[in-house]
Design a protein around this ligand. Structure first.
Ligand SMILES: [Zn+2]
Length: 265
């Protein structure tokens, strides 16, 4: 585990810490007996400020958002998004080819993490998530969004393209021989900007494809056993001022490098 760095995002926003585990950190899943539990614990110890608490969503491809607090259990069942305003509380989702979506409202210091696959998109979870941020006092102006690593449109063959065509997203479907591909991250962006009203400059994309990056878990590349590969972890939280300095130190020591894969033309 030592020397293996998580991916770090939004490092230029000093008051929050956004990390994604990589394959070498091991499976973070819930169904893999104790392995996920051990790996999660190790990751928290190694990469989060001491005294942090991790709260994980046990995702179900739905659209429910729950508020996480220090009183929350370590695992929140049946939920695809967690919101918190509490410091040193790290909310997380597991994923393998789905997308983690992170929202941050800087004025009210609200962070949210969502797990978004095609079912979440059909339920418009990105739009619901932005509305929830507004309900908690964020404005569209101070809310920014980050689309984390997930499967890109070139790699994502999808057999139910009609689901998206019927809902007006045909621009995000393309045909490759007799297969269809769906641009999930493109639809997330569209929902955030065109449907939820965020500014284009407030939405960023990691442009990292889990299928192409061998150091990340990919459900479609690895196929079986499925439980073992629902294993990436994306987490976000607000460290308090004292811990923030420690994080900077850690970052320097760890020399976090984010390699950004080029987006396909
Ligand atoms: Zn790809």
């Amino acid at each position: 585990m030592k020397n293996i760095r998580p991916l770090r995002f939004w490092s230029y926003i000093p008051e929050i810490l956004v990390l994604a585990s990589v394959r070498d950190h091991g499976s973070m899943c819930f169904s893999d007996r104790d392995i996920g539990k051990v790996n999660r614990k190790r990751f928290v110890k190694e990469f989060l400020p001491s005294g942090s608490k991790l709260v994980m969503a046990k995702v179900v491809h739905g659209d429910e958002i729950k508020i996480a607090t220090w009183k929350s259990p370590e695992i929140v069942e049946n939920v695809d998004a967690l919101l918190t305003v509490e410091k040193n509380l790290f909310v997380a989702v597991t994923y393998a080819d789905c997308f983690p979506l992170i929202l941050y409202g800087s004025a009210m210091r609200i962070v949210m993490i969502c797990h978004i696959g095609y079912k979440g998109l059909i339920r418009k979870l990105p739009v619901i998530a932005v509305k929830k941020m507004m309900a908690y006092g964020s404005s569209r102006k101070d809310t920014r969004a980050l689309i984390g690593p997930g499967i890109c449109r070139n790699c994502y063959e999808f057999g139910h393209e009609g689901l998206f065509v019927r809902r007006g997203y045909s621009d995000y479907i393309c045909r490759n021989g007799n297969k269809y591909h769906v641009d999930i991250e493109g639809i997330i962006e569209y929902q955030l900007i065109a449907e939820a009203g965020l500014g284009r400059n407030n939405v960023s994309n990691s442009n990292i494809c889990t299928f192409e990056r061998q150091d990340l878990f990919s459900a479609r590349r690895e196929k079986f056993p499925f439980e073992n590969i629902q294993a990436g972890m994306m987490l976000v939280g607000m460290p308090d001022a004292y811990q923030k300095e420690l994080i900077f130190e850690r970052n320097l020591n760890l020399n976090f490098n984010l390699k950004i894969a080029p987006r396909h033309a």
